[in-house]
Design a protein around this ligand. Structure first.
Ligand code: BEZ
Length: 202
């Protein structure tokens, strides 16, 4: 299998953490890809018409894309057991969606900050993206800590990737302020070998 990737992408990191947890990194060849909404560059548009990463080209079927689809596929293939049975599954998938939404808003902030020409940048739009991140982090701090502190699921993987990306690209926003439980959880989770091995500058 070939995984189109960029180390800075939080969505690629989700997939990479799962592959490390599954001890399955040898099954995947990494193909660097770079681009942005204004210029697809070397993004795998033949594998994913949306021109986004991660995309996973398989030997025995069409390419898969979107980190949620790829993670579900890899979990099924390597038996990592990151998706519990319903009804707990619904809470896990919702927390995964929350983490992905945090990462998505932070990536959009980054694009606005560096890709869009300076004269057309909107500080209000950047702040509106951060407001989403802020609300979501507070919801996690107040409602989702029992799930995060439970057995490993795709929700922790996604949240780790999202928080790592905030530290990487939006460190000056100080997301930890007022969120001691989430900050403590990330301090511990960030030490897992799968997380250490997949840092955005790795
Ligand atoms: C970044 O450099 O922040 C980035 C790279 C690829 C995808 C998303 C974000």
């Amino acid at each position: 299998m070939h995984l189109y990737y960029a180390p800075a992408s939080p969505f690629v990191r989700k997939v990479m953490i799962l592959l490390h947890e599954a001890q399955a990194t040898d099954h995947v060849t990494l193909v660097p890809a770079a681009g942005n909404p204004l210029d697809p560059g070397s993004m795998p548009v033949a594998q994913n018409p949306l021109g986004k990463i991660p995309a996973l080209a398989r030997d025995d079927g069409p390419a898969l894309y979107d980190s949620r689809v790829i993670c579900r596929y890899l979990d099924d293939r390597f038996g990592t057991g990151l998706y519990p049975a319903a009804p707990r599954l619904w809470d896990v998938l919702t927390l995964e969606a929350t983490a992905d939404g945090i990462a998505d808003a932070a990536v959009l902030m980054r694009y606005e900050q560096v890709v869009r020409p300076e004269s057309t940048r909107s500080p209000e739009w950047i702040d509106a993206q951060w407001a989403k991140v802020d609300r979501a982090l507070t919801a996690v701090e107040t409602q989702s800590m029992p799930l995060l502190l439970g057995p490993l699921t795709i929700a922790q993987v996604a949240m780790g990737a999202a928080l790592g990306y905030l530290d990487f690209r939006q460190a000056d926003r100080n997301w930890r302020a007022g969120r001691p439980a989430l900050a403590a959880w990330w301090a511990t989770f960030a030490k897992r070998p799968s997380v250490v091995a997949t840092g955005p500058e790795s």
